[in-house]
Ligand binder design. Structure first.
Ligand SMILES: [Zn+2]
Length: 374
């Protein structure tokens, strides 16, 4: 089924690319007819009939979404960073299929998928409601996951009057405007070092050899451990920030100065985006506010005490004294304070100046993005 969904996805991209090149208008129904219905009738794609068509239709939809995102980004109707042309799915690596409501059933503890059968599931938690879809994922380390989309009720926490700005950092994961520093835990750094070593070992192995396959599996397992450790830490950090504060402010990664440097891209991008997503989700769940500062502000160059701009500072400058008012700043705490001020100002503008600190203000669409399972 993974293979079929992958082929349908890639066929969709090809059909769309060809239509685009020939300036041919082609609608979604026609594409679906060509890559599923008509393809099934050909000897090269006859095996598509062996799996449930729900998975194939979803692959078509995924391809349409990916193509549309790229297209909207090209035409400038989509906000955020530029999106590249969707890449074909590959046989190696993470595989996934999505099944909508009519494409699966829950038989007690088991997940039933047509033409596959009952699948035993190791439940990580009880589902809070009837799931509307399930994504079955096969990770490169050979593990399978079932991820359900469910409705969940919000559980507002009693309101408090603390607000915080956070600075995402290279040394510490997060520094808050209160001066607290939340580092990446030691075990995560250790796992990252081990992963680097395993990757080097993999690159030395002969292509196509059994040892290379073994090394690749080792890398995949370490990848999973790093990923799980990072996710776990991000969950805890996000929960703490949301629980202790009525509002959390952060820089939007698209406008953040540091996130756009090459250094940050390679090492921390994924971790930062994940943390921000979790803060947004938890804020929504617990009735708190999460706001991302959408306009670029030179947070590390501005004095948070008097507002004077002090010029750019290389990354190794950890603390500095403001030439205008003489206050000595920790680089990251100062940045977090500026984020807090900029975030408050943006919210103030957004709601016509009726805001007081600590006032709960949750508007739909403001509490971060809600991403479904891809
Ligand atoms: Zn100053």
């Amino acid at each position: 089924m993974f293979g079929c969904a992958r082929v349908v996805y890639n066929d969709c991209l090809r059909v769309r690319d060809e239509a685009y090149a020939n300036e041919e208008k082609i609608n979604d129904t026609e594409i679906q007819r060509r890559v599923i219905t008509l393809a099934k009738a050909t000897p090269e794609r006859a095996w598509l009939g062996e799996v449930t068509s729900v998975a194939l239709v979803q692959a078509c939809r995924d391809a349409r979404r990916a193509y549309r995102n790229w297209f909207d980004s090209l035409q400038g109707t989509r906000k955020g960073p530029k999106i590249r042309h969707p890449k074909p799915r590959r046989k190696r690596g993470r595989q996934s299929i999505r099944l909508t409501r009519n494409g699966f059933t829950l038989h007690g503890e088991r997940l039933y998928v047509p033409k596959v059968g009952d699948i035993k599931v190791e439940w990580s938690r009880e589902l809070p409601s009837v799931p509307s879809s399930v994504t079955v994922i096969r990770e490169p380390d050979g593990r399978y996951y079932a991820s359900f989309v469910v409705e969940r009720e919000t559980v507002p926490l009693p309101s408090c009057d603390r607000e915080v700005g956070i600075d995402l950092g290279l040394n510490a994961l997060v520094v808050t405007s209160d001066g607290e520093s939340i580092p990446n835990p030691r075990f995560l750094r250790r796992a990252q070092r081990r992963l680097k070593r395993a990757q080097r070992a993999l690159s030395r192995k002969q292509k196509g050899s059994a040892n290379r396959a073994k090394a690749r599996h080792r890398v995949a397992v370490l990848h999973r451990k790093v990923r799980d450790a990072r996710l776990d830490h991000a969950h805890k950090t996000a929960l703490r920030l949301v629980r202790d504060n009525q509002a959390v402010y952060a820089e939007d990664l698209a406008v953040s100065g540091l996130a756009r440097t090459r250094l940050a891209k390679s090492v921390h991008d994924a971790g930062w985006a994940q943390l921000l997503r979790l803060i947004g989700e938890k804020a929504e769940q617990y009735g708190r506010t999460f706001h991302q500062v959408g306009r670029f502000t030179p947070t590390s160059q501005t004095c948070s005490a008097c507002g004077a701009k002090d010029g750019p500072k290389p990354l190794h400058v950890r603390s500095w004294q403001c030439k205008a008012c003489g206050v000595v700043h920790d680089r990251d705490v100062n940045a977090a304070r500026n984020v807090l001020a900029a975030g408050r100002a943006e919210r103030l503008n957004a709601c016509g100046g009726t805001i007081r600190p600590g006032a709960p203000l949750a508007r739909p669409g403001e509490t971060g993005t809600h991403r479904g399972v891809a």
